[in-house]
Design a protein around this ligand. Structure first.
Ligand SMILES: Nc1ncnc2c1ncn2[C@@H]1O[C@H](COP(=O)(O)OP(=O)(O)OP(=O)(O)O)[C@@H](O)[C@H]1O
Ligand SMILES: [Mg+2]
Length: 180
């Protein structure tokens, strides 16, 4: 069984600034198949389109990025997803976290630099289901962060205070006095 089939995928950035149109052909005719339990690496020089490919195959296509041609199809067993046609609701309900998760590189551009980690958790959880019980939310967040092998006090840190994940990881910030 093919888990993911990408065929002749073309996804371009189309920008218009001061009346000047530009097209960046970031992903231009990519095809590959991925099978269950397979580890598939994508390597290439900077700006060759790796991140753009990940965006498209994870259903994160937003202007100025547009998929022009090709197909991206998942077969999750009892659920199939066409990532170029799927609705945002379907993505959220059936695919994200349940079938596909990814961690983007670059905490300073991915995480809001002026919000503490706990607030980023709050934003994400709240966007799925309004938080009614703050204590329960905090407890679940602490359990989650501990399951990752991280100390609870990182919830009070800002992204720039976190390590990028180098080996031999050590807490690079001073813990705050109050718990989150
Ligand atoms: N929002 C955007 N608008 C216009 N062009 C973009 C945008 N994002 C990326 N690009 C361009 O698309 C091309 C592919 O970028 P992409 O980020 O996918 O490369 P990458 O292989 O992930 O690079 P790196 O190894 O540096 O992370 C680059 O030329 C980049 O400048
Ligand atoms: Mg990249």
């Amino acid at each position: 069984m093919t888990l993911l089939s990408v065929q002749n995928l073309r996804a371009y950035y189309q920008t218009e600034v001061y009346g000047i149109s530009r097209t960046v052909r970031a992903v231009d005719g990519v095809s590959f198949d991925l099978f269950p339990n397979e580890i598939y690496g994508v390597a290439g020089e900077s700006s060759c389109g790796k991140t753009t490919l990940i965006k498209v195959i994870s259903g994160n296509i937003k202007p100025p990025l547009k998929a022009f041609e090709g197909s991206v199809n998942y077969n999750f067993g009892n659920y199939k997803a066409d990532m170029l046609q799927i609705s945002q609701d379907e993505l959220r309900q059936n695919v994200r976290w349940k079938e596909i998760s990814y961690v983007m590189q670059g905490s300073m551009s991915i995480l809001n630099p002026v919000r503490k980690v706990i607030e980023t958790f709050r934003d994400i959880v709240d966007s799925h289901e309004p938080i009614r019980d703050t204590n329960k939310f905090l407890e679940q967040t602490r359990i989650h962060i501990n399951r990752l092998g991280l100390p609870t006090d990182i919830l009070n840190a800002y992204p720039h205070q976190l390590s990028g994940g180098a080996s031999g990881w050590q807490s690079p910030w001073q813990p705050y006095s109050s718990p989150p």
